[in-house]
Design a protein around this ligand. Structure first.
Ligand SMILES: Cc1ncc(COP(=O)(O)O)c(C=O)c1O
Length: 401
């Protein structure tokens, strides 16, 4: 049997959904980033892009990015940050973010790889990692690299975390690293940070929070707010509110000095392109004037959408962010019919989330509210969901994940 035969014989993960290519996986949305785009030639209201504050489609942002490309091209600088990839712009962006989060900052050339490397760089085989079962794949893959003890606790179950801290069998030379997300990317709920931090009174551990969905969305210090001073390591990608590839890690100087020289994905990978750095710098500048208004609109839209869905009988779980999961509990065939009608009859496009992103046997539709959406987008969407629930009686008594 060849390697390829073997791979084909035990299809994993998304390979099982290959028949839905172009539909639920790898769909093609066309046209500029707007709340209404085109899917298979039909206009749809899009609820599945990462641009919470509506910054990436702003003409002024596109103009600023164009200026940078005209001068430097898209591939500048040409090297890893450590060798030839550092510029005044990179340092200026670190300075700007430092003002917001009040910690030392190091840029990351990708959220995913950066987060994975941060975890990898922090622990050796003597150390223990304890992580929430709902954390993002980038943290999970950091944990996978760890050769020492690793334990997961049930999502947001602080008592379960405490039990692991009690029973972690710590040797004198072992340190403990606890990993959580600020906002959980599928459920939209937030970490129980107050309770987790209070465990620090009884246990010695380092807390890392990945706040990819919280930073700028909730405010300058993300979903953790003023508790940021008690969070040891705070990470965010730019991919959500700043709407472009890249990210940063923030911590005390000692940690940042360590990260500067020990993150393999940064040392052995190309630096964050200048166009991304300049784009985030420009967006942060815009937010100084427009941040409050954009955030107010985002949260108004979020409330409107989520209240409307609940009124129509949908189970949206415990979300407290613009991430709006609809937990479906019905046969695959019914769900498929539902999604098809949503897209093709009512022109509403949202993501369908299945295993391996969430546990086997579950299905959620995920809608992400943004400041780009308007009242009409929301009303039309709610109307479609309301009619479809009456027609198909789609669910909705699912337990939360
Ligand atoms: C919680 C969380 N962390 C990290 C990432 C990875 O970020 P990036 O897309 O910048 O690699 C994502 C993106 O999906 C995310 O949702």
């Amino acid at each position: 049997m060849s390697l390829l035969d073997k791979l084909n014989s035990r299809k994993n993960g998304f390979s099982n959904y290959a028949e839905y290519q172009g539909e639920y996986i790898y769909p093609k949305l066309t046209g500029p980033l707007r709340s209404r785009m085109h899917f298979k030639g039909k206009q749809v209201i899009v609820w599945s892009f990462n641009d919470y504050l509506g910054l990436q489609s702003d003409e002024r942002v596109i103009e600023a990015e164009t200026e940078v490309v005209k001068k430097y091209g898209a591939g500048y600088p040409a090297g890893s940050r450590l060798l030839t990839g550092n510029t005044d712009y990179h340092e200026r962006l670190e300075h700007e973010i430092r003002q917001l989060v009040r910690k030392e900052v190091l840029l990351l050339n990708f959220g995913y790889q950066g987060i994975m490397s941060v975890v990898d760089s922090l622990v050796d085989r003597n150390d223990i990692i304890i992580y929430d079962q709902g954390v993002h794949a980038s943290l999970i893959d950091g944990v996978r690299l760890h050769q020492g003890a690793k334990h997961s606790f049930r999502h947001n179950d602080v008592e379960h975390l405490r039990k692991h801290l009690d029973h972690s069998g710590k040797k004198p030379e072992a340190e403990t690293l606890v990993l959580v997300d600020g906002v959980y990317s599928m459920r939209g709920d937030t970490a129980r940070l107050n309770e987790i931090l209070s465990l620090k009174q009884s246990y010695d551990f380092t807390l890392l929070v990945d706040d990819a969905h919280g930073w700028l969305t909730f405010g300058e210090r993300g979903s953790v707010g003023e508790l940021i001073s008690e969070v040891d390591i705070y990470i965010s990608t730019f991919a959500k509110s700043a709407a472009i590839i890249g990210g940063f890690v923030a911590a005390d100087k000692g940690f940042i000095d360590h990260f500067r020289y020990n993150l393999r994905s940064q040392t052995f990978g190309r630096t964050l392109p200048l166009i991304n750095v300049a784009s985030v710098l420009f967006k942060l500048q815009l937010l100084k004037e427009e941040g409050e208004e954009r955030r107010a609109k985002l949260w108004r839209n979020t409330k409107h959408l989520q209240e409307g869905l609940k009124q129509s009988g949908y189970n949206i779980g415990d979300t407290c962010s613009p991430i709006t999961p609809i937990y479906l509990q019905c046969e695959d065939e019914v769900a498929n019919n539902f999604i098809q009608q949503l897209r093709y009859k009512y022109g509403v496009f949202c993501s369908v989330v299945v295993y391996p992103v969430i546990p086997k046997g579950q299905m959620i539709l995920r809608l992400i509210a943004t400041a780009l959406h308007d009242e009409k987008d929301i009303e039309e969407t709610l109307r479609a969901f309301s009619i479809l629930n009456q027609e198909l009686n789609i669910n909705n008594q699912t337990e939360h994940m």
